[in-house]
Design a protein around this ligand. Structure first.
Ligand SMILES: [Ca+2]
Length: 512
């Protein structure tokens, strides 16, 4: 598993590579200068290029660091990066779902521009050049540990291994086997904050004060809920230790001065109305960019402009001094880091989701398109006849309500849904939603009161809706056609009955 790969070994199969080369010749994807360049030889590969280290937490929500003001958990290692680098107050994932966000991060395109990769547990079509392809062609080693592009089946997309690169046991073992002469891109796919790793044992909560936990307003404030959230916080603490270990390895190898570190969550946290939902609990993530090599970090330490993880690939390319291909429709935010862009123009992010788990009859997803600005969140639920959390019965191997991951909070909401005072909490996470949701974030930061029908919001609703429609049209969104259900027809690869375990990195990735 941890053999040192040749830097010239292609990460795609020959078939996939040929398709990309053909598209490049046709001028559809990227400039010939980019694709046609020979991979640099290791001896002269660095050419002043920085290393890139991505520390990616699975389902870690924006408020949960001590730097951001969380009162329950201390995150000294993340806080150090935030103090020394640039912390983003308004960083969002493009899709509140693992593999679509990770595909968007790699391709620099909106998820609905990535074919089957728009869905969770999908394949990853090879049509568009990925960040890792382009870095490799510029002489980089690309590798990862833990969770790469996942969950999904990359083999059917023509990939010989995970689209992120070659897999290592951890970052430290990668560094021990890697030449200093060659720049690297390493992706640490940490799982500590994923619900499968939440540690409910009382001893795991040592040092975490349950009284300080902020229970989101859409959940009942009960001892069971607080205990479950504390189990998540223990994962946050473990992730922060992993950040410290990765930074220590970087410094031990003398590479800190020549490395740009991006530390973030890939989605919000795995609570009802969190992951798989286009509310802040599912969308808003912590993010820091750190490093002298970013050239970077212009002295402004806290950035309030809106950025999306879909913009990760063009941003990294620009920071590395490499051209950004035209296929990357998401914009680089490297200018924010270097202080050359006016942050005021970045006033919003577009968000979306399609099929998360396969939890509806007919393999249907739950399509949403929306926009998040400083003042408002507008969501267009394009198929409001479907249930946002999935059908109330088990479908294939998942469910009921399988878009909400199993755990004590889900169990409590389902079991006590008919008790006085509990019905509202159940409906907020499990019930049908209207076609249009609009939230006034100044009055309602937790996004509970839908003001879409109020006359005083008609103008802002019309304006935001137009921005979403313009975005969908400009990005050739298949959902522009109300009759187009092609996305629902994409194959789902997560059913345990048909799951080809050999095509995945491990059973631990059988998670949302
Ligand atoms: Ca995730």
């Amino acid at each position: 598993m941890s053999l040192t790969p040749s830097p010239f070994v292609g990460r795609r199969s020959d078939r996939a590579f040929c398709r990309i080369a053909l598209l490049a010749v046709l001028g559809l994807c990227l400039s010939l200068d980019t694709l046609g360049a020979e991979a640099a030889r290791p001896a002269d590969a660095r050419q002043g290029r920085p290393n890139i280290l991505l520390l990616l937490a699975d389902n870690w929500a924006a408020p949960h660091s001590s730097f951001a003001g969380d009162r329950t958990v201390r995150t000294p290692n993340f806080d150090r990066l935030a103090r020394e680098g640039m912390y983003f107050d308004n960083a969002f994932c493009p899709v509140p779902s693992c593999s679509p966000t990770r595909a968007s991060m790699l391709a620099g395109r909106y998820a609905h521009q990535l074919g089957e990769a728009v869905n969770l547990w999908s394949s990853f079509p090879p049509e568009h050049p990925l960040l890792t392809d382009l870095l490799r062609r510029a002489g980089y080693l690309t590798a990862y540990s833990g969770k790469g592009w996942a969950p999904g089946n990359y083999v059917v997309g023509g990939w010989a291994e995970n689209p992120v690169g070659h897999r290592y046991a951890d970052f430290a073992s990668f560094l021990e086997r890697t030449s200093r002469e060659q720049p690297f891109f390493f992706w640490v796919g940490n799982l500590d904050t994923a619900i499968g790793q939440w540690d409910y044992r009382p001893e795991a909560a040592e040092g975490l004060a349950v009284a300080t936990v902020h229970v989101p307003a859409h959940l009942p404030d009960t001892p069971e809920v607080r205990a479950a959230l504390l189990a998540y916080y223990n994962g946050v603490r473990r992730f922060d230790r992993a950040v410290g270990e990765a930074m220590a390895a970087l410094e031990r190898h003398g590479l800190a001065d020549n490395t740009i570190v991006v530390c973030c969550g890939d989605n919000g946290w795995q609570i009802p109305r969190g992951l798989a939902n286009c509310y802040d609990d599912g969308l808003k993530v912590p993010m820091v960019v750190w490093g002298k090599a970013a050239n970077a970090i212009n002295g402004k330490r806290r950035e309030r402009a809106f950025v999306s993880l879909g913009e990760f690939a063009p941003t990294v390319l620009e920071l590395a001094g490499l051209p950004v291909p035209v296929s990357m429709t998401c914009n680089s935010f490297a200018g924010l880091i270097r202080g050359t862009h006016d942050s005021a123009v970045r006033d919003a992010v577009f968000v979306e989701r399609e099929r998360h788990a396969n939890v509806r009859a007919g393999d249907l997803g739950y399509p949403i398109r929306g926009i998040r600005t400083r003042d408002h969140l507008l969501l267009l639920n394009l198929r409001p006849d479907r249930l946002p959390a999935g059908d109330p019965v088990k479908h294939q191997s998942v469910g009921p309500y399988g878009d909400i991951d199993n755990g004590p909070i889900k169990t409590l909401l389902m079991q006590r849904q008919n008790e006085p005072g509990m019905r509202r909490f159940f409906e907020l996470s499990f019930a049908h939603r209207p076609a249009v949701e609009l939230y006034d974030l100044h009055k309602d930061p937790e996004q509970l009161v839908n003001v879409a029908g109020r006359p005083e919001y008609a103008a802002v609703l019309a304006s935001l809706r137009q921005r979403v429609v313009d975005w969908m049209r400009a990005t050739q969104d298949p959902r522009m056609d109300p009759a187009d259900n092609s996305i629902d027809g994409f194959r789902y690869y997560g059913d345990v009955n048909t799951w080809d375990k050999d095509n995945f990195d491990g059973a631990h990735l059988f998670t949302h």
